[in-house]
Ligand binder design. Sequence first.
Ligand SMILES: [Ca+2]
Ligand SMILES: [Ca+2]
Ligand SMILES: [Ca+2]
Length: 480
Amino acid sequence: MSRMSRRETRAAILPASVGMALGLVILAAAQTANAATYEVGPDKPYTRIGDVPWAYLLPGDTVLIHWRSTPYQEKWVICRQGTVEAPITVRGVPGPSGELPVIDGNRAVTARGLNYWAEARGVIKIGGANIPQDTMPKFIVIENLEVRSAKPPYTFTADDGTTQKYTANASTIYLEKGENITIRGTVLHDAGNGLFVASSDTEVSRDILIEGNSIYDNGNVGSIYEHNSYTAALGITFQYNHYGPLCAGCGGNNLKDRSAGQVVRYNWIEGGNRQLDLVEVEDSVVIRTDPRYRETHVYGNILIEPAGAGNRQIVHYGGDGRVRNYRKGILFFYHNTVVSRRTDRTTLFRLSTNDEHADARNTIFYATASGNTVSLLDVSGVLDLTHNWIKPGWVKSFGNFKGTVNDDGTSVGGASPGFVDEAGQDYRLAAGSAAIDAGTGLHPRVLPANDVLEQYVKHLSGEDRPDAGPLDIGAFELTP
Ligand SMILES: [Ca+2]
Ligand SMILES: [Ca+2]
Ligand SMILES: [Ca+2]
């Protein structure tokens, strides 16, 4: 895949000593004792997912779930540990036309031999159990599945044989606790929270990678409390995901997060009450006291607000509960392309208090309606603006403004940014766009870890961002 190319390039230029160390790691992985592959599917050794010995998985084990014409109506817990060299992998094997195997939560039956709690919270749970013995799940990869249908009125058969109903906040994948967990290339839909990652004071989920997933049609009608994804972790990266609208009449946000060390980059996020709701951690003092809690990175994303899609605010940063727990830090927001098709008003940022600060640079803020329908902020916060594209006529706020906007006057604008095909949602820049070569250098504090090295490829992938003179404003760089 194209998004691997940069990593391959990096590997190719590693010093010989590191290359040798990697060689040893690969050797160690090859020698992992008795790493097993369990194949599930028609004409495979295991007909049912529940036949896999989930309670006994070891480092390096792989479960391959093959596509079949009917969904698997099964559910299970993963409460085991892989290692950095030998993760435990659960991988779907697509059908002849690329169809992902479907795990359907409705009327799903729990895999035999497991005994665990919170079964009504998800189809696949990564978290605690009685059988197998409880542990912190580690080094687990789930990829290439479609997981769906976890909310009322859907029901399932629990480990004790009873029929139960999912809770309103149930998820396709419920990550109750885990470390070094990857969820990749998976379709998550028709649940309360499409994806849920939890943390508490005693058990903190950490080092979570959410990449290349399609997440849409989640939430509950008439409720603002369930979201396409809802996460709290220490170290979480979202990349190459395609977030679509929630279910019709569902009032939740698209990506809601309460983490420290959060990176949202190279995603396509369309619809939702808010596209990004980045608020305070509720339960975990471990997360709240981590220095990374004060810095949030959002870059290289395409954020789209359809007409009439709930709240007019695109990004909420700070908190929505106890003010003393708010993020009270800085949101680094750069090289995003924001498109609003609202016919009323659009507000780009709600910074919860004047202790919340955003640095917005090299970003396209485009509303199809007239410029005076756009406000940068709600009523508070400190916003530094440099080298953005924004339609003339914007205002700081539509409310009783008590914040600060520091505008260095370097932004450009016009009637439209000059996309390749606006109606067709191709938001790459066409020749002649005022955004070309109009960017500036990144904030020194985001380098080197959060440099903009890639750009989103529609859909679910990424590629190297071209090196083409001064940086273009927005999520895409034009190659001359
Ligand atoms: Ca149980
Ligand atoms: Ca909205
Ligand atoms: Ca350029």
